[in-house]
Design a protein around this ligand. Structure first.
Ligand code: ADP
Length: 420
């Protein structure tokens, strides 16, 4: 059943969507947490290094004759650290160079330095060969009684950041695999979850089909019996005659309803086999007009037809049934004027000058048991157009309703060009 397939897909899709959202949030949070913890650890190391270098520089500025010991600048040896100290005239007075690959970029950063003292910032640079480098830098003023200098300390953190990026990519790839697997799993689980509902639904449809089938015979017997009762002079009492007449009319309504229910149940159970053949449309539709004529005449309506020879590939009986339903409705919902049937370039249409259909009801009238409130007195079960729609869909056709309230209606059946 289409509805179960659709629900299954919708459930699996909703599940996959939730998984996507969940994984996206998880990956984002993990990435941010790793980034933050790495940044704060490195920033701390950089600040410590800046303090060490500044201390050493102050020492040598205050003791100009002391022999410079390079080790004094770094408490620990770290070849990824570098620093540059400039005097007030921006002359380089001391440095521990960044790698030759990074130095031009680092010097550019220093030239444009706009960051507050003590703040740590990450800078990224892609060289001509597309290699991405990441450095982390901070600055510190070195002020003594005689001079003021500025220190820039940095660290090459390329490896750390590229490791973080790789870890995030790996998480994304794993996330996508998890989503694909969980979508397949979700589809499978949704199928299993719907199974009992589908079985119950099938049983209920079968019950509707069986029940309406079983009801047909006793109803036919009842109808025949009421006709026999009304025949001849057996029922002389007018009251009893009226009772029998009412009974006959109610039984007739009931057998109509049961036939329509059976039709719908059979179509639901897929027991509608279309017998496709070349059919001469005007012959079939003309026959429907003849059947409907007495009904229209009884209501004082003109029954018009504009038909010419045209062949179409379809199930003849179903085409007849479709035209009958539409014409029956036309007559039912028209109190004066005319009802007609005509061929159109795309198929055929049934029109009337009756009560019309409001825009809001136009989509609903094809639903099972839907009846517009004010047409309730016309008698009907609200199943005719549902059956009509089933016939139309099975043939791959469409039906268009053109109608205004109080202005009559037109139901156009649009056939497939290949069938005409
Ligand atoms: P019903 O047995 O009530 O005619 P249908 O399924 O055939 O059931 O039609 C559903 C409803 O659509 C009807 O109750 C009626 O309100 C509306 N309808 C159908 N055909 C027409 C028409 N030609 N003109 C006005 N209303 C219509």
């Amino acid at each position: 059943m289409e509805v179960f397939g659709r629900s299954r897909r919708q459930l699996a899709f909703a599940y996959a969507l939730i998984m996507c959202l969940f994984l996206a949030i998880l990956i984002f949070v993990v990435h941010m947490a790793m980034n933050w913890s790495m940044f704060s650890e490195q920033a701390q190391e950089l600040s410590d290094a800046a303090n060490g270098v500044a201390e050493a520089q102050i020492f040598y500025l205050q003791n100009p004759y002391a022999v410079v010991d390079e080790n004094r600048y770094y408490k620990s040896v770290n070849d990824r650290l570098f620093f540059y100290i400039f005097d007030e005239d921006m002359h380089l007075v001391r440095f521990e160079r960044a790698s030759f690959r990074l130095e031009p970029f680092v010097l550019d950063v220093i030239e444009d330095w706009r960051i507050d003292e003590g703040e740590v910032e990450v800078f990224q640079h892609t060289n001509e060969s597309g290699r991405l480098s990441t450095v982390m830098m901070t600055s510190k003023r070195i002020i003594t009684a005689s001079t003021a200098q500025i220190l820039y300390v940095g660290k090459d953190v390329t490896v750390l950041y590229s490791g973080l990026r790789k870890a995030t990519y790996a998480q994304v790839v794993l996330g996508v695999i998890a989503i694909v697997l969980s979508s397949v799993g979700g589809y499978f689980m949704a199928g299993r979850a719907l199974m009992p509902i589908k079985e119950a639904y099938d049983r209920q449809r079968q019950f509707a089909a069986d029940a309406s089938h079983e009801l047909r015979t006793p109803l036919a017997v009842l109808l025949a019996s009421s006709e026999i009762l009304l025949m001849g002079e057996a029922l002389a009492d007018p009251f009893l005659r009226q009772v029998a007449t009412d009974m006959k009319s109610e039984v007739k309504k009931m057998s109509n309803l049961v036939s329509e229910l059976l039709e719908i149940a059979r179509s639901d159970n897929g027991r509608w086999e279309l017998k496709m053949e070349r059919v001469e449309m005007s012959a079939v539709l003309g026959q429907v007009v003849r059947v409907m004529k007495p009904l229209a005449e009884k209501k004082g309506l003109d029954l018009l037809s504009d038909l010419s020879r045209r062949e179409v590939t379809c199930d003849e009986q179903r085409l007849k049934q479709l035209a009958l339903i539409l014409m029956d409705n036309g007559i039912k919902y028209t109190s004066e004027g005319a009802v007609g049937i005509k061929l159109t370039p795309r198929g055929f249409s049934v029109w009337d000058t009756g009560i019309g259909i409001s825009a809001e009801d136009r989509d609903k009238i094809f639903e099972r048991f839907y009846r517009v409130e004010k047409s309730r007195s016309a008698g009907g079960n609200g199943l005719g157009l549902a059956i009509a729609m089933e016939i139309v869909k099975r043939h791959g056709w469409q039906i268009e309703v053109h109608s205004e309230e109080g202005q009559g209606s037109e139901f156009e059946v649009i056939m497939r060009a290949a069938q005409i």
